[in-house]
Design a protein around this ligand. Sequence first.
Ligand code: SAM
Length: 248
Amino acid sequence: RGTVVLAATPIGNTADASARLVALLERADVVAAEDTRRLYALANRLGVHVSGRVVANHDHNERGMADRLLDEAETGATVLLVSDAGMPTINDPGLAVVRRAIERGVPVTCAPGPSAVLDALALSGLPTDRFCYEGFLPRKHGERVAHLRQLKAEPRTIVFYETVHRIDEAMADLEAVLGPDRPMALCRELTKDYEQIRRGTIGEIRAGLSADPPRGEMVLVIGGASEEEQAASMQSLGVEELADLAIA
Ligand code: SAM
């Protein structure tokens, strides 16, 4: 019986590729890649010859691909699954294959490595003992505000992925809902030559955006609600919501 191996790939610095990733790229029988051109570009930078069959496995075909990949693993193949950058399944393809492997009893393992969420969290200077990962905020303003309201009393450090196209709107909504005083870190271009971490309050970071618009890839790390903020959130809950909480 073969195995499915999820492997993390670099998020900007090719030298972060692990020795295990390199060996798997060289030896896996099948490589399922989010974007096959990016996979070959990475292999090229690493000086690796990919000997196995390369297939595309992305958000749009993953459900159909999962059983085909697992059929191969069941006949003894090592199936390597990679996304364009970082850890597969973390806002990237891979989960459908993992779920189906669990259902079918096919061994699945992981060659860990870079992921922007942990890199940003560790560099933020905010508490790391517990945190919640929120992925990308909703695109639409109304949904984004509703989502942030639900997070207002969250005591853990909160990590969001964001894109350069929506950073202004996201920061405006973060300030409006969570207030200007929470500590935060805007972590951009992690592991790359122009890596930059801006630390301050939500209000300070937002005020700096127009003078120096952040480019590239970015992660926002926001301090959790203080005890006072949690208490204030409880007080602002309606009687019915409080009753629901008491029942729960
Ligand atoms: N699977 C990836 C991981 O493990 O981090 C995440 C993929 S998600 C489609 C891409 C988002 O991750 C970007 O929009 C950005 O928020 C974040 N990201 C990825 N690489 C980054 C980097 N080098 N610096 C900052 N953020 C990054």
